[in-house]
Design a protein around this ligand. Structure first.
Ligand code: NAP
Ligand code: GLV
Length: 313
C-alpha cells in the first residue's frame, strides 16, 4: 500500500529541518516539498502550510488535515480556494508562547525603563538619571489575551504591571481587568499606556489600529505589534508617531513583508523594527504536535488545536 504523503507547502523553503523532525514523529508519512515535486496529488493526506500560493492546497483531493506552520492562519485562509471541509490545525506550542512572552516583556521593559534614552545618553557619555516609576503605574493593555497574550499578561502582572486585556468574549484572571467587544474598545484604550497587539488577523480585526482607535489612547502611549501587519493602518500609525500621540512603537510585523526599503518606519527615530521574529516556530517541538495530530486523525478524531473557520482563528 502507498504511504501517505505530507506536502510541505511553504514558499521558497525546502524545509529540511521539518523533514528530519517529521521523520522522527511520523515515520510512516512521506515528506515532499514542491522542489522535488509532491507526486501523485491523490496520495497527499497531510500538508504543512504557510502562505501557500492560492490553489496549491486545493489540488490535493484526499487531504485529511492541514497543519499551519505557525499560530496564525490568516495566510492560509486568504486563499479563496482553501478546502474548508478539511480540518486546519494551528500551532499551540510552549516554545512559541515563551518566545512571544520574551518579545513582549523585552519591549514593555525597554520602554518603561527608558532604556532607549539611556542608550543615546551613553553614546554622548552623558550621566543623566531618569526615573522610570513603579510598574504598578504602567497600564499594559493587551489586545487578544488568547494563548500568547495571556501568557505575556500573566508574566507582566507578576512583574507588577497593571495589566488589562481586550477580547471578543469576556475573560477573567486574577489581578487583571478585562474588556470585551467593540463596545468596550475605547474604554480599554483610554486606560492603556502600553498597547500590545496579539490578535489574530481576521475581517473583524484588519486595520483595527487606525487613527480613530489610536486617538483613544492617552497621549504618549507606546505600541507593540507582534501579531500581523494587517492589523495596522501604517499611515495612521506614522501620523500618531509624528504628532506625539504615540511616544514610540516596537513593530515585528508589517502590511508588506519584507518591509519595503522605502518605508518611513525603518528610519523613524521612535520605531524599533524586527523582521517577523517575535517568536519563531521550532520544527522539533511542532513536529511532535503534528505527529500526535496525525495519529488522532488516523483514529478518526479531530487534530490538536483545530481552527474555527467561522471565527477565522
Ligand atoms: P488565540 O489563542 O487564538 O488568541 C486570539 C485572541 O484574540 C483571543 O483571546 C480572542 O478572543 C481575541 N480576538 C480574536 N478576534 C477578536 C476580535 N474581533 N475582537 C476582540 N478580540 C478578538 O491566538 P494566539 O495563539 O494567541 O496568537 C495570536 C496571533 O499572534 C496569531 O494569530 C498570529 O497572528 C500572531 N503571532 C505572531 C508571531 C510573530 O512572530 N510575530 C508569532 C506567533 C503568533 P476570544 O477568545 O474572546 O475569541
Ligand atoms: C507567526 O507569525 C505565527 O503566526 O506563528
Amino acid at each position: 500500500m502507498d504511504r501517505p504523503v505530507l506536502a510541505f507547502c511553504v514558499p521558497k523553503f525546502a524545509g529540511d529541518s521539518w523533514r528530519a523532525a517529521m521523520a522522527e514523529h511520523a515515520p510512516h508519512v512521506v515528506f515532499r516539498n514542491r522542489f522535488e515535486g509532491f507526486g501523485d496529488p491523490a496520495l497527499v493526506r497531510y500538508a504543512i502550510a504557510w502562505n501557500p500560493p492560492p490553489g496549491e492546497l486545493a489540488q490535493f483531493p484526499n487531504l485529511a488535515c492541514i497543519f499551519s506552520l505557525g499560530a496564525g492562519v490568516d495566510g492560509i485562509l486568504a486563499d479563496p480556494t482553501f478546502p474548508r471541509t478539511v480540518p486546519l490545525s494551528r500551532v499551540v506550542d510552549p516554545d512559541l508562547t515563551q518566545g512571544m512572552t520574551q518579545y513582549v516583556l523585552l519591549h514593555v521593559m525597554l520602554h518603561h525603563r527608558k532604556q532607549r534614552a539611556f542608550d543615546s545618553f551613553q553614546r554622548e557619555r552623558l550621566w543623566k538619571p531618569l526615573t522610570a516609576g513603579p510598574a504598578g503605574d504602567v497600564r499594559v493593555g493587551i489586545m487578544g489575551t488568547g494563548v500568547l497574550g495571556m501568557d505575556a499578561a500573566r508574566k507582566l502582572r507578576d512583574l507588577g504591571y497593571a495589566v488589562s486585556g481586550w477580547n471578543a468574549s469576556r475573560k477573567s484572571e486574577p489581578g487583571m481587568t478585562f474588556f470585551a467587544g467593540m463596545g468596550e474598545l475605547s474604554a480599554f484604550l483610554a486606560e492603556t499606556n502600553i498597547l500590545v497587539c496579539l490578535l489574530p488577523l481576521t475581517d473583524a480585526t484588519r486595520h483595527i489600529i487606525r487613527a480613530e482607535t489610536l486617538r483613544h489612547l492617552p497621549k504618549g502611549a507606546f505600541f507593540i505589534n507582534a501579531a500581523r501587519g494587517g492589523h495596522v493602518n501604517e499611515d495612521d500609525l506614522l501620523a500618531a508617531l509624528d504628532s506625539g500621540q504615540l511616544a514610540g512603537a516596537a513593530l515585528d510585523v508589517f502590511e508588506t513583508e519584507p518591509l519595503p526599503v522605502t518605508s518611513r518606519l525603518w528610519s523613524h527615530p521612535h520605531v524599533t523594527v524586527t523582521p517577523h521574529v517575535a517568536s519563531q516556530s521550532n520544527p522539533k517541538t511542532i513536529a511532535a504536535l503534528i505527529g500526535e495530530s496525525i495519529r488522532r486523525v488516523e483514529r478518526g478524531e479531530a487534530p490538536l488545536n483545530p481552527v474555527d473557520f467561522l471565527r477565522g482563528y
